[in-house]
Design a protein around this ligand. Structure first.
Ligand code: GCO
Ligand code: MG
Length: 403
């Protein structure tokens, strides 16, 4: 069996999504997700100009060999563009291999470790009351885990909170970056109040999560972790910018609030130190941005040795193809923790017919061979690429800050 074609399909059914389609002389095809939010075309170019020409004529079954050919063969290593491009190839090849075997991908990995996948939903609101009302909707829908994000009094738009009637907090249609405002002092005072009220309203049984989105210094994150201890969070995510892995050891030494990190990582080397030092509890690397199934498996095995569980990134910038591959990984991975869930719009679901199901806070994959997602290319063509940018954050005095 040989690869006869490998091409990239870019579409924007409400948000940009990049899909790699690999075809073979047997007529079997595989799909991989190559979406890197706000930097989509960089990955398209990397694939089209550098990686895809070298795939033609290769045996699609040789996944490890092709992975290392792409990774080592570039000489230049790691980074989001490279690792997203490699992930797309990897997932498309796993899709082909599993289709040829007549099995779902989770079976190829070693079989199911669980029959359903706990997911957390995103509750958000401009103030505490609105956020708790939003969370009530998730409780009523049967979710066992909810992420809470709320706006700050007197501060403009902030991460995780949609404004002005928008349904999304990430303006994927902004041609140039929108500018948000940040005030650490108000944030540190507001978040414990949010969780205090959430526990009072929803009781102890629901898992509560929070995403700091990289905006604190280590000692500020330590304070927040301590202040949140009475409300026993499932995790506090990305509490400090993660380039400095040692910062997590510092936060850890001050608080028992569980720590999660990883959505901006692309390789095992980005998280090795914090996993091995026991500084984190959940690794949130996304399969789409960290070299696909082949590399995520290595990260998960390292994490398992150190009692770290997975919590894969699953925002809407992970396409249904990337999500399905992640759900097969979640079904198999022994040290699973939780899966993020942000629903795609109906039009995205129409472009990408999928076989996984979501019900009352839990995902399930079925036994469709491969990862179970296809693309309607004719429909996708109706939604051409639109340049889009993630926001930039500034302090109130204008200083650029982490978003
Ligand atoms: C999350 C993430 C996302 C990211 C987004 C960037 O935890 O879901 O922080 O909201 O901001 O994926 O593209
Ligand atoms: Mg996050």
């Amino acid at each position: 069996m040989r690869i006869t074609s490998a091409r990239v399909i870019v579409c924007c059914p409400g948000r940009n999504l990049v899909t790699l389609k690999i075809e073979t002389d047997d007529g079997v095809h595989g799909l991989g997700d190559a979406t890197l939010n706000g930097r989509e075309i960089a990955v398209v170019s990397y694939l089209e100009n550098h990686l895809l020409p070298a795939l033609i004529g290769r045996d699609p079954a040789a996944i490890e060999d092709i992975w290392h050919y792409a990774y080592l063969g570039a000489y230049w290593r790691r980074g989001p563009v490279t690792m997203t491009a490699i992930a797309a190839i990897d997932v498309a090849l796993w899709d082909i291999k599993a289709k040829v075997a007549g099995m779902p991908i989770y079976q190829m990995l070693g079989g199911a470790s669980r029959h359903r996948i706990m997911a957390y939903g995103h509750a958000e609101g401009e103030d505490i009351a609105a956020c708790l009302d939003s969370a009530q909707g998730f409780v009523d829908a049967g979710y066992d885990a909810i992420r809470l994000q709320c706006g700050l009094p007197g501060v403009g738009t902030t991460y995780g909170v949609p404004k002005d009637g928008q349904t999304r907090y990430e303006p994927a249609d902004a041609d140039l970056p929108a500018e948000h405002v940040w005030n650490t002092a108000r944030y540190l005072n507001q978040v414990p109040k949010l969780f205090e009220q959430a526990r009072r309203r929803f009781g102890d049984d629901v898992h509560l999560l929070h995403d700091v989105h990289h905006r604190l210094t280590p000692i500020e994150a330590a304070r927040l972790g301590r202040d949140l201890e009475p409300y026993h969070l499932f995790w506090m995510e990305d509490s400090v910018p993660a380039e400095n892995q040692a910062a997590f050891a510092m936060v850890r030494s001050h608080t028992t609030t569980p720590l999660a990190v990883g959505e901006v990582f692309n390789s095992i080397h980005d998280c090795r130190e914090m996993i091995q030092s026991g500084s984190i509890d959940y690794i949130r690397t996304s399969l789409t941005h960290a070299g696909g199934i082949t590399h995520m498996r290595r990260i998960a095995h390292l994490a398992e040795l150190h009692h770290v569980r997975t919590g894969c990134h699953g925002a809407t910038d992970i396409s249904p193809v990337g999500l399905a591959a992640t759900l097969h990984f979640d079904t198999w991975v022994p040290n699973f923790g939780i899966q993020e869930h942000m629903p795609h719009d109906d039009i995205v679901a129409a472009v990408f017919p999928s076989n996984h199901r979501f019900e009352a806070g839990y995902f399930r994959v079925d036994d469709t061979p491969g990862h179970g997602v296809d693309i309607d290319e004719r429909l996708a063509a109706d939604y051409p690429f639109k340049r889009a940018s993630l926001p930039v954050n500034r302090l109130e005095d204008g200083t650029v800050w982490d978003w």
